[in-house]
Design a protein around this ligand. Sequence first.
Ligand code: GTP
Ligand code: SPV
Ligand code: MN
Length: 588
Amino acid sequence: MAKLCSPADIHVCDGSERENRMIIETLHAKGTIMPLPKYNNCWLARTDPRDVARVESKTFISTDKRRDTIPTTREGVKGQLGNWMSPHDMDNAIAERFPSCMKNRTMYVIPFSMGPVGSPMSKIGIQVTDSPYVVASMRIMTRMGEDVLNKIDSEDFVKALHSVGNDSGPKAVPQWPCDPDRTIILHKPAKNEIVSYGSGYGGNSLLGKKCFALRIGSTIAKREGWLAEHMLILGITPPNGTKRYIAAAFPSACGKTNLAMMLPALEGYKVECVGDDIAWIKYNPRTRMLHAINPEKGFFGVAPGTSAKTNPNAMATIFENTLFTNVAATSDGGVFWEGMEEPEEGVTVTDWLGNKWNGEGNAAHPNSRFCSPAGQCPIIDPRWEDPEGVPLSAILFGGRRPKGVPLVYEAFSWDHGVFIGSAMRSEATAAAEHKGKVVMHDPFAMRPFFGYNFGDYLQHWLDMQKLPGVQLPRIFHVNWFRKGQDGKFLWPGFGDNIRVLDWVLRRIDGDDSIAKETPVGMTPSSGALNLEGLQGNIDLDELLSVPKDFWINESKEIGKYYDEQLPEDLPDAIGQQLEALKSRLERD
Ligand code: GTP
Ligand code: SPV
Ligand code: MN
């Protein structure tokens, strides 16, 4: 890589505190980050305004056969389930961008582990990068350094090459080099390789996250018989003391971090956080359950909307040893974003672009983030680094559905649950380059992250039933984002979501009296949700309703999606589930 990129210098990261101070000083001296003296060891980075989110359209998986990566679509239909590139074109894309791209820069070599070092569920990677911001972030997000390097005794690790590139055009921001016009994110599953050029932001550059833990991870998982998913993991202890773990897949910026750290509004419940973004899930022959680890070591969380009211546990986590990106700064050395408590009298705000903020427009970028050590979370689960992972009792799917989709419903079976995951849709958010609030298909919250053909992925999920003696988690769908006639959310969300989790737990316990059958699944029967102490008027009938016309349309839309996007790759069992939904709706 050094021969290709011609760096001025090579630094192999040991992960030490001393090294970290050196990296931070380098970033400070370059003007990439500024100190936030209001807090302990916190820093703010402002990116080039053209480099603020993941770029799905420039993200490719490279395999010999196109169909190994993406389903064959109907003639004339643009595929929405990932982008394929031939190995030849991938080589060319690299050759066009990387030669001498690190000239005058240091090449950092980052050995890192996804998952606790030494856990049988963990995997090792090495990322080469010319961005000290990436080094500082990877140190928070992964287990990085010497321990990991010492574990490497073969070629069995994921190889990740990253350069921010260099666009010296008129719009360039010197302290945040990048090359937006030529940005490209490439993956070669056959060789466990990732190559990323042109962006320093988030999932484009912290290659352990989406590129490794999800895209390459899902291909390894397919080969080895486990699952790599875009899911939070939490532990929940109800008043009866029986602790359970659940995982939940919501699309980007749809509430994973918030649910993973929730402060329950119901008395006597305890929620503890294992992870907020990614779960690696594997059958454990000892318990006969699926066990999950969080492969990450930090949170790269959405800042806007985070407040003492919505997410006090996040607020207690992120004001120490944190690297903020694209949030607003306050004149007293702190940070600010939309939804956060107002700054004190006399304190002025500088927006994420570095301009004085007059209260109009966004102070923070909607996809601005905090990058904080997970161990700082006051409710981090005692087993969050358990090498065996935690056993999953339930899996939730969910998204932003302003209309028609009830607060919660439960799948009739595993096949039905997999169907529900495949049919997930959600409003677009600022986490990627999409414009507007259009409702998009986002199956399993994985649309931007599949490492292989979605049809094969569905079959792999279905095949989990074949594990000998397996006790699979129950599957549910939730929607915190249904809106009333007035355009306001019908459900208070956040800490009150415990009321839904409570119902989920009681269903797992086998209480049949609290659910009623609807065409889409089992929903809470009248009076079954615990609404004790809930403020204000909640239109529960509306929240839980399953409008027939809406769902007839929805089922047609799902059918159209399958037919256009995977006419040849959809497993029969999923097609049958759609037919079953349609006939239940007819009967209704
Ligand atoms: P990624 O890190 O992009 O994968 O996002 P995420 O799924 O972790 O989303 P996160 O928890 O950061 O939430 C994104 C936005 O949704 C924030 O602005 C939250 O305030 C908001 N949000 C989260 N939970 C709820 C909820 O229950 N109700 C409402 N109304 N908003 C919520
Ligand atoms: C997401 O978009 O789902 C994220 C943020 O978690 S990023 O790391 O940029 O992918
Ligand atoms: Mn995410």
